[in-house]
Design a protein around this ligand. Structure first.
Ligand code: PLP
Length: 357
């Protein structure tokens, strides 16, 4: 049985498991802003039409300028891509045929892209349920690698590693002449939207990856970017297909960057929902990860919650392809209040059933 290696598109999951897909379902497997895209996008949508008659700007000049301004970084430290996924592919090409280390659990694309680029890929496993970064164990390994990958806030656990530990790791990588790829795809969802991006000015071996698809709820449109030393950006550009970011994505990106209030509203909403959800799980004595973002892990050693929810039209993200989690944890996006309530009701039913049987 080959399960999909990503969330979203749940019909693939139902098909792989041979479970009939209910007429209606709620997809908790993709970590997208529950407020939906900013309303300014819909209002301006028809205005984007004219632009599709021409090729998009291959250098994304205006959006690059806006990102650089927002991040307080020079424009030549920014590369706009077709989602964070394209950025990962470009970084992997940069590392082609070298040896890399992936700190996991982590997003599966790092390994897939690096393997496709001919890299030798090793893994450094963090232990559940706290997934703490053990620098004493990690530091001596660094000189063996051309690059390490770290995802913080982490997908799939949702935890943010301690700031002083990450800073120490950035410095240790610099000393070991090992590149550090820091994936901040979810940083906008954290309470204080804390980022390591300013450090790229001091540490030329540091690469920061960002996604705009999650926070602005535009996964079907695709937008992300890389922040790094200009020499890395220049090389990454040589691997990038010329017009990989389409005109509508570029226009939407410019609108999104002005949406400060929408982002604060999102963070407040997620926090409120998580408070209710985590209180609920605690009352039912169900273990969850210490998430700082818009998704979290739920522990189920019995492996029964996953099929139970799928049959009810509630789609979690399985973790069978995350070594160390092995399906014994399920990942859920924080969705609308109504959807979260439906999830809690279903989990309660499952728990009650388990105690009867
Ligand atoms: C940690 C992480 N990085 C990068 C990406 C890719 O983001 P995008 O959807 O912008 O391609 C994802 C997508 O799920 C992700 O979870």
């Amino acid at each position: 049985m080959q399960l999909p290696t990503h969330g979203s598109n749940p019909h693939y999951l139902y098909k792989a498991l041979g479970i009939e897909m209910p007429q209606s379902y709620v997809d908790f497997s993709a970590n997208i802003n529950p407020l939906g895209p900013p309303s300014s996008i819909k209002q301006r949508w028809s205005g984007f039409f004219e632009g599709i008659l021409d090729y998009p700007d291959p250098h994304a000049v205006e959006l690059t300028h806006m990102i650089a301004k927002k991040e307080a970084l020079p424009e030549d430290s920014v590369l706009v891509g077709n989602g964070g996924a394209e950025i990962i592919t470009l970084v992997a090409k940069e590392l082609a045929n070298k040896r890399v280390l992936i700190i996991q659990p982590a997003f599966a694309e790092y390994a897939e892209s690096c393997l496709a680029a001919g890299c030798e890929v090793d893994f450094f496993q963090l232990e559940a349920p706290r997934w703490e970064l053990d620098l004493d164990r990690l530091r001596p390994l660094l000189p063996k690698y051309a690059a390490i990958f770290l995802c913080t806030p982490n997908n799939p656990t949702g935890i943010s590693y301690k700031e002083e530990t990450v800073r120490e790791l950035i410095e240790a990588c610099q000393k070991a002449q090992c590149m550090m790829v820091l994936d901040e795809a979810f940083y906008d969802f954290t309470d204080n939207a804390f980022s390591y991006a300013p450090l790229i000015l001091k540490f030329p071996h540091l690469l920061i990856l960002r996604s705009m698809t999650k926070i602005f709820a535009i996964p079907g449109l695709r937008l992300g970017y890389l922040l790094a030393d200009p020499t890395i950006i220049t090389r990454a550009k040589t691997f990038k297909p010329h017009w990989s970011v389409n005109h509508i994505a570029l226009e939407v990106g410019k609108l999104c960057l002005a949406e400060e209030a929408y982002m604060s509203r999102t963070r407040a909403y997620i926090q409120r929902q998580k408070r209710d959800l985590f209180r609920f799980y605690k009352e039912l004595d169900i273990e969850v990860s210490e998430s700082t973002v818009n998704f979290y892990l739920v522990r189920d050693e019995s492996l029964s919650l996953f099929p139970f929810l799928l049959k009810k039209g509630i789609v979690p993200r399985h973790t069978y392809n995350f070594p160390g989690l092995d399906g014994r944890w399920l990942r859920f996006a924080v969705k609308s209040e109504q959807d979260n309530k439906a999830l809690m009701e279903a989990v309660k039913q499952w728990k009650t059933l388990g105690s009867i049987l």
